[in-house]
Ligand binder design. Structure first.
Ligand code: ATP
Length: 262
């Protein structure tokens, strides 16, 4: 999640077809396109290999699958530091999948968030380890390591270019915490981002629902607002307080075993 008011937007060739058609007002869910639009027909380019999703073909007859052009695959992008991943993140993922009818959701841990220039996150290796534990068995979730691999400050526009080049027909939804919404126009490549992805604001307790700043279009998740944050988890570990029920059990155990956040 990325801002850089001084930086010129990156030039890219326009896509052969729009990633996100204009919103149709209201929820905008594509009822005809369930999670199975084209699952199973391609491997996952952003993870280690094909990710089967048991639910994708439920009740669907092979021959009656809608074409990709009619129903582009709906992909959610969820960026952040994930230092560590917690139940707030996972509830956002679940709500996004249901409310946006996503085929897949990519968790994209940042190498370095532009919002936290003075903070050095825990090593990428540790954050990835915790994310893998948290996402185990969630076949519709993928861990996209591109920002970690690129290194340096992680900018959403670069990430969107990467995903768009791999999945040119996808319709992209970028999840953004309500706390980041007012800064959206300052993100690097803001105008292009506004054209390429639909932003989806995540409610956080204590944050009022506000309109999207121009030129962005988007919607709000209903979600399951939960007042937990990574900084709270880090503080609790440091203070020797329990973090059970705030992170998945396996994540709590790995934090303990690897003596993280002490
Ligand atoms: P920190 O406390 O270190 O700032 P964080 O808990 O906000 O971290 P991030 O990894 O920075 O976690 O968040 C990734 C994205 O998830 C951001 O858009 C953030 O606003 C959102 N987010 C984090 N926690 C929650 C939560 N409890 N409910 C809804 N959204 C959340």
């Amino acid at each position: 999640m990325q801002q850089d008011p001084l930086h010129k937007p990156t030039e890219v060739k326009p896509l052969s077809q729009p990633l996100s058609p204009p919103l149709s007002g209201g929820g905008g869910l594509d009822k005809d396109c369930d999670k199975g639009c084209d699952k199973g027909s391609q491997s996952s380019p952003l993870s280690d290999g094909p990710v089967p999703d048991k639910g994708c073909d439920e009740g669907r007859d092979e021959g009656s699958q809608p074409s990709l052009l009619q129903h582009p695959q709906r992909i959610g992008l969820f960026g952040g530091s994930f230092d560590p991943v917690h139940l707030g993140h996972l509830l956002v993922a679940q709500a996004a999948r249901e409310e946006l009818d996503l085929a897949r959701l990519f968790f994209i841990p940042a190498a370095q968030s532009p919002f936290k220039p003075d903070t050095r996150p825990t090593s990428a290796q540790e954050r990835l380890r915790l994310l893998r534990l948290a996402l185990a068995g969630k076949t519709w979730c993928e861990l996209d390591e591109q920002e970690i691999s690129r290194g340096g400050v992680s900018y959403t526009i670069d990430t969107v270019h990467d995903v768009a080049s791999r999945l040119p027909a996808a319709q992209l939804f970028y999840l953004i915490g309500a706390d980041h919404l007012p800064q959206l126009p300052q993100w690097r490549g803001a105008e292009e981002l506004a054209r390429r992805v639909e932003f989806v604001a995540i409610p956080r307790p204590g944050q009022a629902q506000r309109p999207f700043p121009a030129p962005f279009r988007g919607r709000w998740l209903a979600g399951f607002p939960l007042g937990v944050s990574s900084s709270q988890i880090r503080e609790r570990v440091k203070a020797g307080r329990p973090i059970e029920h705030l992170v998945p059990d396996a994540v709590a155990e790995a934090i303990r075993n690897n003596r993280l956040y002490l």
